[in-house]
Design a protein around this ligand. Structure first.
Ligand code: 5GP
Ligand code: ZN
Length: 114
């Protein structure tokens, strides 16, 4: 059993502000928001990063993608728009080794990835 911080959140061992949950994914507020609205969407299966996705995960990842608009609707940013970010590895700034979508919005976002 994986002991990463997001797996602990899934198991309820670390509290979170839940936004959305189903049998495959969990959406919750980021503890250190980078925008007025910042939700993390994670699969319940521990997958380390984009680099570790395999063919058998295609149903999970497509479900995650389909749930983005649902999460956006729950936190009232669907209509104004939002940004989806997936950091991967060291240069991508990934700190938690459990794949996650950042869903960011709540204001017009600047574009300064570098
Ligand atoms: P990364 O840098 O890996 O792409 O993003 C990890 C995100 O997880 C960061 O935005 C960070 O604020 C968030 N985070 C880290 N630990 C926790 C936690 O215990 N609870 C919540 N809600 N967010 C966390
Ligand atoms: Zn994990």
């Amino acid at each position: 059993m994986e002991e990463c911080i997001f797996c602990k959140i899934i198991k309820g061992e670390i509290p979170c502000k839940k936004v959305y949950e189903d049998d495959k994914v969990l959406g919750f507020e980021d503890i250190n928001p980078k925008a007025p609205v910042h939700v993390l969407l994670i699969p319940k299966k521990h997958i380390k990063s984009l680099n570790d996705l395999c063919e058998e995960d295609s149903d999970i990842i497509s479900h995650m993608m389909l749930m983005v608009k649902k999460v956006a609707e729950k936190v009232n940013i669907r209509d104004n728009g939002y940004r989806l970010v997936v950091n991967c590895g060291k240069d991508g700034g990934q700190e938690v080794p459990h794949i996650h979508f950042h869903i960011l919005g709540g204001k017009p976002l600047s574009w300064q990835p570098a």
